[in-house]
Design a protein around this ligand. Structure first.
Ligand SMILES: Cc1ncc(COP(=O)(O)O)c(C=O)c1O
Length: 394
């Protein structure tokens, strides 16, 4: 009966949850620890989860708009602040319209089923996020899985799928386990050549990646000098944009109108609570008014990556992205390494199979604009001491 537990424990991949007793931030209180812990595993890329103005906005909305709507959007759950945030997000991404969900998981599971039918095809990167995979599973379109960020394979599948009426290329903008950025410039070229649409999940890009935080499109616009635009963006408010929860889909007016009529997680699940909407809205105001924030995440990322490389660690992922996977290989080593890091006051998490491929266990470090240079140095020092102990580095 408990074979699942034995199997996971023997593989050294049982996930324990650590209890945090303070606000989310670079420095946190962890249950059972006597010291303040430096947090290097949150998606709090801009440090806005506990920003005083964000908290204040949430409190005010609680007073003015209450705790929640007791309703889905189309019955009596749409408020002025929902519409304002949708408008703001559409403008931020340069798209015609936006629809809010309670999470990006919902945005993804509510999209493909409505957009594609049995006459269509979806071409999906094999390492896409679970919510994209689940969303695609719900739709009747023919599924093609192309090799991870492999443009030759994508093109081959675009050629093979020509008979389908509509084709959609679906990919994470940035892959969360690797911090690897999808080659969006090439994907958009292929889409143009083969008359396909492009969808990206921007959960690990929105707000902080690209020069002003517009995400993967902006990152490649700068890099290539080309005008790069996708058709559909899904993203989250639960990471850089306030960090509470909430997700959304941006695209054409037609797409968003159709989703409001048909998307099941939107139609059959409660509206986003007002304090969360207000927190996200304020976070977005801060991002739009302070263009230095993405630059700070980037310079902190470069600092961390350089120090770790100098110490002899192997890091994967894109050098420009704040997801910095420290590659260890063995699952048990990754787990033991993370436990020792916590004893030294650094909170990081070891990832292993099935979250990442077998033999590719790692510690995923996530850098934030809120980390100081001194905090990053402390984190690297702890890696070096434990890395030597476990013979990962000399
Ligand atoms: C790439 C990606 N897509 C979707 C999600 C789901 O986002 P949310 O937490 O808003 O449901 C996540 C969250 O981990 C993610 O990393």
């Amino acid at each position: 009966m408990y074979i699942w537990r034995k199997t996971i424990e023997e593989a050294g991949t049982f996930k324990k949850e650590r209890i945090i007793k303070s606000r989310q931030g670079p420095s946190i209180d962890v249950h059972g620890s006597q010291i303040q812990i430096l947090n290097f595993c949150a998606n709090n890329y801009l440090g806005l989860s506990s920003h005083p103005e964000v908290i204040e906005a949430g409190k005010k909305a609680l007073d003015s708009h209450g705790a929640g709507l007791s309703s889905v959007r189309f019955i009596c759950g749409t408020m002025d602040i929902h519409k304002e945030l949708e408008d703001k997000l559409a403008r931020f991404h340069g798209k015609e319209d936006c629809i809010l969900y309670i999470s990006c998981f919902d945005a993804n599971t509510g999209l493909f089923e409505q957009l594609l039918n049995e006459h269509d095809a979806v071409l999906s990167d094999e390492l896409n996020h679970a919510s994209i995979i689940d969303g695609i599973r719900l739709c009747k379109a023919k599924r093609y899985r192309y090799k991870h960020v492999d443009m030759e394979d994508l093109e081959k599948q675009l050629q093979e799928s020509q008979k389908y009426e509509h084709r959609l290329i679906a990919t994470d903008g940035v892959f969360s386990m690797d911090g690897k950025v999808t080659p969006l410039d090439q994907i958009c070229d292929l889409a143009l050549k083969h008359n396909a649409l492009v969808y990206i999940d921007e959960c690990h890009a929105t707000g902080f990646f690209g020069e002003t935080g517009r995400g993967t499109e902006e990152y490649f616009q700068k890099k290539t000098g080309k005008d790069i635009h996708v058709d559909i963006i899904c993203s989250t408010l639960g990471k850089a944009v306030g960090g509470a929860s909430g997700g959304y889909t941006c695209g054409s007016k037609e797409l968003v109108s159709m989703l409001r009529q048909r998307s099941r997680p939107y139609l059959f699940s409660n509206s986003c609570p007002p304090p969360i909407v207000a927190c996200a809205s304020k976070a977005l105001d801060i991002i739009m008014s302070d263009p230095s924030l993405p630059g700070k995440v980037h310079s902190n990322t470069v600092l961390f990556r350089n120090k770790m490389a100098e110490a002899g660690f192997s890091l994967s992922g894109d050098p420009d992205h704040p997801i910095c996977p420290v590659m260890l290989g063995d699952a048990k080593l990754a787990s033991a390494f993370a436990d020792e890091m916590l004893e030294r006051g650094i909170y990081v998490i070891g990832f292993s199979y099935p979250v990442v491929p077998k033999g590719k266990a790692r510690i995923r470090v996530q850098i934030s604009a809120a980390h100081t240079e001194e905090e990053i140095t402390r984190c690297v020092d702890a890696f070096v001491a434990i890395g030597r102990k476990f013979n990962v580095i000399q």
